[in-house]
Design a protein around this ligand. Structure first.
Ligand code: ADP
Ligand code: MG
Ligand code: MG
Length: 202
């Protein structure tokens, strides 16, 4: 079973990864965007950490809802509302149970990913974070060593954005010039899934 401490650990590891990789994320965003993805997420996850430290929530669902709310209110870019919606919707789907099974979490994450797709009007193949999130959520639901499989699926999904032409977000303004670069949001999604796998290993 996955308890509140597991979700706190996931978000702490995610914040550390974002901190460590912020330069790389911003570099990716400088190629096909406005060079702020790393700093956007760094600010967002710092706010998440501060909120979780100030008032640690009592359930897995509450952890994710609070984190999502912080991302929405502290990140100005597109990724704030999108990741905020991901965590908030996933958290809402978990309800107020003190512990959740990996299967319940996988189902909740699928609902969260669906909410991101709805909010941004994107689907897999549009060269966005969904190219990492969708295969990761599917892997989490469909395999036994699911956290490791989700990490691999997200990383492969992010890598597969390189040859794609962006159809959503700022990168889509570049048209064909968006081809040949990894999508920054797909790269950060891979970091979040790697942090999840790490939390599961600890
Ligand atoms: P901004 O583009 O506003 O500067 P960020 O740089 O923080 O915001 O985030 C950019 C990332 O957000 C993109 O790389 C992409 O993965 C994701 N993104 C942008 N628009 C959408 C959308 N409509 N649906 C899903 N993801 C999106
Ligand atoms: Mg940007
Ligand atoms: Mg921006």
């Amino acid at each position: 079973m996955l308890d509140t401490a597991f979700f706190l650990s996931w978000l702490t590891l995610a914040a550390e990864a974002v901190d460590r990789e912020a330069g790389r994320l911003t570099e990716l965003d400088s190629a096909i965007g406005d060079a702020d993805h790393g700093s956007n997420l760094r600010r967002g996850f710092a706010a998440v950490r501060a909120a979780l430290d100030a008032e640690p929530p009592a359930t897995p669902g509450a952890v994710l809802v609070l984190a999502g709310r912080q991302l929405i209110s502290s990140v100005g870019g597109a990724s704030g509302p999108l990741y905020g919606t991901l965590l908030r919707r996933t958290g809402k789907a978990l309800g107020d149970a003190p512990e959740v099974s990996p299967g319940e979490f996988a189902e909740a994450l699928r609902a969260g990913v669906a909410a991101v797709a709805e909010l941004g009007g994107a689907t897999a193949g549009d060269k966005t974070m969904l190219d990492a999130l969708e295969p990761a959520a599917a892997a989490l639901a469909g395999t036994t060593d699911s956290f490791a499989a989700a990490r691999t699926a997200a990383e492969e999904g992010a890598r597969a954005t390189v040859p794609l032409q962006a159809r959503k977000g700022r990168a889509s303004y570049l048209g064909e010039r968006s081809i040949g670069h990894r999508d920054p949001g797909a790269a950060s999604s891979a970091l979040l899934l790697a942090a999840l796998a790490q939390a599961a290993e600890d």
